[in-house]
Write a protein that binds this ligand. Structure first.
Ligand SMILES: [Zn+2]
Length: 197
């Protein structure tokens, strides 16, 4: 009989594989590396994983990460523009460009092949914010990929209304690029050169 990996190790590998950019080989390497860790750092990692969902809550209005109490991305901001992003992480990169408007995290891009259909984006919530906060411009800051394009088009088609400008990061973003790999100055140029869609 061929020896098999222990079930707990297989389970850890399966979890690690869900991380972006981690394939089977890398997940196995990580899992075997973790086997060598001392008890204390391993317990600390496990504690962080257990606690971080509670300790790093997301803002119920914009979906960005909040540290304590008020959301820094919602308080004392320019309420005329709303920047739609796919991940809370992107707000930090866009902040670096000097943008001081509001954000809205949609959490994922549309990808029907992966089961992420249009109904997985809460459009109502975005539309209500636009209305309630008298937003004049929606900036769609999504990846320049097929999924990003599909999502941007969907948002544009469903959020369009008179007196609301909808633009998308364009200038300087190569086709097929994911926002997380764009450097700060390219992102700032892309924001400045946003184009109405
Ligand atoms: Zn917020």
């Amino acid at each position: 009989m061929t020896p098999k990996l222990p079930a707990d190790l297989l389970s850890l590998i399966a979890h690690l594989k869900k991380l972006p950019g981690v394939g089977t080989r890398t997940a196995e390497r990580f899992a075997f590396e973790l086997l060598l860790w001392e008890k204390e750092p391993l317990a600390s990692l496990s504690h962080s994983l257990k606690e971080f969902q509670e300790k790093i809550p997301t803002c119920s209005t914009c979906g960005c990460l909040t540290d304590q109490g008020d959301c820094a991305f919602c308080k004392n901001r320019d309420h005329t523009s709303l920047c739609i992003i796919a991940s809370a992480r992107e707000a930090f990169a866009i902040e670096e460009t000097g943008y001081r408007g509001l954000y809205h995290v949609i959490e994922h891009l549309l990808s029907p092949l992966d089961g992420r259909h249009a109904n997985t984006i809460n459009l109502d919530r975005i539309a209500k914010r636009i209305q309630k906060q008298h937003i004049q411009e929606v900036i769609i800051a999504l990846d320049s990929t097929l999924e990003g394009d599909t999502t941007a088009l969907y948002l544009k088609n469903h959020l369009s209304q008179p007196h609301l400008s909808i633009s998308r990061l364009a200038f300087g973003l190569p086709v097929g690029s994911s926002l997380e790999y764009i450097d700060g100055s390219t992102l700032a140029r892309a924001l400045q050169g946003r184009q109405k869609i």
